[in-house]
Design a binder for this molecule. Sequence first.
Ligand code: ADP
Ligand code: ZN
Length: 300
Amino acid sequence: MQLYGGIEAGGTKFVCAIGDNTGKILERARIDTTVPEDTMPKVIDFFQQIHAKTPLAAIGISSFGPVDLDIKSPTYGYITTAPKSGWDQFDFVGTLKAALNLPIGFDTDVNGAAIGEARWGNGKGVDSLVYWTVGTGIGAGGILYGKMMHGLIHPEMGHTFIPHDTVHDPFAGICPFHGDCLEGLASGPALMERWGVKSAVDLPDGHEAWDLEAKYLGYAMANCVMTISPQKIIIGGGVMQKKGLLQMVREKTLEFLNNYIKHDSILEDIDNYIVAPGLGHNSGVCGAFALAEQALHVPS
Ligand code: ADP
Ligand code: ZN
């Protein structure tokens, strides 16, 4: 049985965990994301302590970003233009490798969650899937024909543009780069600002916020079906914990696709086509184990 280290690195916290090749989490720790000089020694210490007793085969990282995933680039394994101060141009892979000397797998948080779901969650058995998170930000990653979705950099589907009827919804959006991109209109903080609440949790059932949210996410899912044609879409993130929202998004997606994509998975079985994460909150950290497992085959 191989043991893997996994890191789900977010703007608020790092979840560090130890897992095995069944995706089971054996140990975990939460470390606050402050600055690299403070956070990284704690992360390294967690793994060093365990590795000294029970050797780890590799470590995987699902990271916030944008990140450099180009193995040929001099800044491979870096967080490049992080919105979180102090993490800009941080050599994530190099720092861990120098301290632990293990194979390191590295990818975006959403690509990590996608591979976690593909390996052990609701993406088992398909070779093209997209994983979305709708939380503090909106992002998507995935696997296409069995390979991680990389390209020039990696997809940033949370920042795509969707129809915004400014008469019905005059809110300008909060994305610092694009204003009313999908994330600018439909992330948790966008809900908070548009509706003047402290948390999206405070928006009650039946509030018009949820119809509008489902509409924007429905546009995004319809676009996703038509551009990528995944065999499955998984939507996680805090905002999706709103009861009933996933079903509303499915309905809007069907409405916007308008019977154009003639496939039974969509027309007859949307409940199994657009789904919640099978691993719940653990898609990212289990995905990090899967990235570690991959790194054993393609060492970085
Ligand atoms: P992050 O994106 O930072 O990793 P989450 O995915 O947990 O964090 O998303 C946090 C966002 O989800 C917050 O904006 C919060 O308001 C929203 N949220 C959390 N729980 C719920 C809920 N039950 N209903 C609606 N929104 C929620
Ligand atoms: Zn944007």
